[in-house]
Design a protein around this ligand. Structure first.
Ligand code: PLP
Length: 450
């Protein structure tokens, strides 16, 4: 039974549409439809206000790792609010959960990443990385080392620097663009779309050569501050990088004193069956990892920038009078940190990463059976970060006309059958809760087939 009647639900939809501007709102579609009002969530399932049940195969927004509505999370959050609901993180104060979480993240992150700066989410973690790299290079007297290299189709968030680092064409329309002369975008590593006529190895060679040429063009490594990449591109189309391409770029970065920022906002905390994908999956030990989402499984907002001993030493040993002029009121928020600590404890105690290593390959295998459908051009991803790409013509990879909004049509049909999948133009993207069962995986695949 739902919380609200049909009339009450309509009233909520109306007030939401009239007063609530949503992230990434599509103005010409939204006013008629309104948004689906969600009222309850347990595990992998959500219910709308009228009581209709859905399996949320998007996991909120790639963030619901341990499942919704857990009592132990509610308890820890309530306890922390009663104990200490807020304390300033600035300079001379800390709080117990923040200190414990910083230590825990330093333990979980690859080797020399021992320092943590807390943020409000993923975008602010990326912004913090951008600023910290600049400070680091300035502190060590390398003021010209200021160019950042990113990729087309990358998504790093929506604050100023994060959006500028992002490379999704749709996020940079002419009338609303953020540009920085210091940020450069190389080709997307999407082999399905851009690897035509090349083996995967040749495609990787081309991307690596492009990186080297860009460094040269910018005046050499002395002018290049950092490379930033998601281990698997998420919002840009769940793009698995061609074998060894990221590792080869990291090796070039390492050899040339170019910092490597690994944006693990989606891939962190178990989505690929590992705490972080950089080292465990791709053999990279970056200088900075940005994370958010699965850090608290979305129970409360929090993000983190985890960075190396070398960067910490660089910025902390600068000339006298310098201070780290960067920070948020909610950096190290005690309640968010307590929630993140409990979330990590649940991931550990319930062996959820091990579960992902079991259910993930099964889900991929089942999803791949959809390839026999005429409209399925590609099925790609890894573990619980996947997408299905829809095409009009499988041979030529011709897309459906944009106005058909094919991904949205499929997701609307799926909604009606109790399944939430995320449409991104011609894709349906999925990042289900990590507690997904094999039966739930089967439901996702059979519903998509219908
Ligand atoms: N980085 C990546 C890889 C993301 O996928 C996202 C969000 O989806 C962000 C950064 C931005 O995170 P937030 O929305 O928490 O600011």
């Amino acid at each position: 039974k739902g919380q609200l009647s049909a009339d009450e639900t309509q009233a909520i939809i109306d007030m939401d549409r009239d007063h609530h501007l949503h992230p990434y709102q599509i103005f010409d579609v939204f006013p008629e439809e309104g948004a689906l009002p969600i009222a309850k969530g347990v595990g992998s399932f959500i219910w709308d206000t009228e009581g209709n049940k859905y399996l949320d195969a998007v996991g909120g927004l790639w963030c619901n790792n341990i499942g919704l509505g857990r009592d132990e999370m509610a308890d820890v959050i309530a306890e922390q609010v009663r104990e200490l609901s807020y304390a300033s993180p600035f300079v001379d104060m800390t709080n117990v959960p923040a200190a414990k979480l910083a230590k825990k993240l330093a333990d979980l992150a690859p080797g020399h990443l021992n320092h943590v700066f807390f943020t409000c989410g993923g975008s602010t973690a990326v912004d913090s990385a951008y600023r910290t790299v600049q400070m680091y290079n300035n502190c060590r007297g390398k003021k010209d080392k200021k160019h950042f290299i990113s990729r087309k189709d990358a998504y790093h968030g929506t604050t100023y620097a994060a959006m500028s680092l992002g490379g999704k064409a749709g996020d940079h329309p002419d009338f609303f663009d953020f540009k920085s002369d210091d940020i450069h975008h190389l080709s997307s590593p999407n082999y399905y779309r851009y690897g035509k006529g090349l083996s995967e190895q040749e495609f990787a060679d081309k991307l690596v050569a492009e990186f080297e040429a860009k460094v040269e063009e910018l005046g050499g490594a002395d002018k290049v501050a950092a490379f930033i990449a998601e281990p698997i591109m998420g919002a840009g189309g769940v793009v698995l990088p061609p074998a060894n391409y990221l590792k080869r770029i990291w090796e070039i970065c390492k050899a040339n004193d170019i910092l490597y920022i690994s944006d693990e906002v989606v891939t962190g905390f178990g989505r690929l069956g590992q705490w972080f994908a950089s080292e465990s999956v791709f053999g990279i030990v970056p200088d900075i990892i940005t994370c958010a989402k699965g850090l608290s499984s979305g129970y409360l907002p929090i993000g983190a920038m985890i960075f190396s001993d070398a960067i910490f030493e660089g910025i902390s040993q600068a000339d006298q009078g310098y201070y780290y002029a960067h920070g948020y009121t909610y950096s190290g928020h005690p309640v968010s940190c307590a929630a993140a600590l409990k979330n990590i404890e649940i991931l550990e105690n319930e062996k959820i990463l091990e579960h992902v290593r079991d259910v993930g390959p099964y889900f991929m295998e089942q999803l791949n059976t959809l390839r026999d459908l005429d409209m399925v051009g590609d099925v790609r991803g890894s573990h619980l970060m996947v997408c299905v790409e829809l095409v009009k013509n499988k041979e030529t990879k011709e897309n459906f006309p944009e106005e058909l909004d094919i991904g949205k049509q499929v997701s609307n049909e799926a909604d009606a059958m109790g399944l939430i999948v995320r449409p991104i133009v011609n894709l349906n993207v999925m990042s289900p809760p990590l507690v997904l069962t094999k039966e739930e995986a089967d439901f996702i695949v059979s519903t998509l087939r219908k």
